[in-house]
Design a protein around this ligand. Structure first.
Ligand code: C5P
Length: 235
């Protein structure tokens, strides 16, 4: 099921800026892109349809988390947008994840890939213990959530590239790892703390790398994208 690829995080506030960025890419190669809450809440499903119509694969990163019936029905709506990958919070638990899969499945049996967020990387050990009242160590919590997602039939998790090998070990080689926190050796880390180069991610079991600023803020975004693809896929 794995088809390794580079996903560009389209973290732009408006459709106008997003399309201007995508216009830089040559007609032949349409990158896989990630649309997050900012763009989706600002511009709505029309932006998704328009980007899809231009020939891009889309990861719609809305991280759903609600009661099973609500998530199931919302997923059915997202599935009709013809996106390729969506996600939810594994903290919503197994019944919600199974409901999501059901809602996502189209009448012809096809569906977008469904990926779980385990613990947000902004949650540290102190927050886990003192606010969420989870005494289990962070790494074990992440792996346990990943296993719940795998057992519920999901396709993979969003995780740090540093966790990808452990996730595969616990959940099986075919369980996908979608990994942000990617930086070229010579690019600024910004607010990302646990980072890896595309090349190292490629050899660490990551199936998809999500790259934002190293491409979107580059002087030549197309060259930066091509560099990420070359380094990650080794071709
Ligand atoms: O610009 P940068 O490469 O850091 O962008 C990474 C993208 O991945 C952003 O859209 C960010 O919200 C997302 N992300 C992340 N860490 C997570 C989950 C999502 O950086 N744990």
């Amino acid at each position: 099921m794995s088809a390794k690829d580079v996903i560009i995080a389209l973290d732009f506030p408006t459709k106008e800026e997003t399309l201007a960025f995508l216009d830089k890419f040559p007609a032949g190669k349409k990158p896989f892109v990630k649309i997050g809450m900012e763009l989706f809440y600002a511009e709505g499903p029309d932006a998704v349809r328009e980007i899809k119509a231009r020939g891009h694969k889309i990861f719609l990163d809305l991280k759903l988390h609600d009661i099973p019936n609500t998530v199931k029905r919302a997923m059915a709506v997202l599935s009709r947008l013809d996106v390729d990958m969506v996600n939810l919070h594994a903290a919503g638990a197994s019944e919600m994840m199974r409901g999501a899969l059901e809602g996502l499945t189209r009448p012809d049996g096809t569906r977008p890939l469904l990926i779980a967020v385990t613990q947000l990387t902004s949650t540290d050990t102190a927050v886990l213990k003192n606010e969420l009242l989870i005494e289990t160590p962070m790494a074990e919590t992440v792996l346990s959530y990943a296993k719940n997602a795998a057992d519920s039939g999901l396709d993979g998790v969003v995780c740090s590239p540093l966790e990808a090998a452990l996730v595969k070990e616990r959940c099986g080689d075919g369980f996908l790892t979608v990994t942000p926190g990617i930086r070229f050796a010579d690019s600024a880390a910004g607010d990302q703390k646990r980072i890896m180069t595309p090349e190292k991610a490629g050899s660490s079991g990551c199936d998809y790398i999500v790259v934002g600023r190293p491409i979107t803020q580059a002087e030549n975004p197309v060259a930066a994208y091509q560099r990420a693809v070359h380094d990650f896929l080794g071709c």
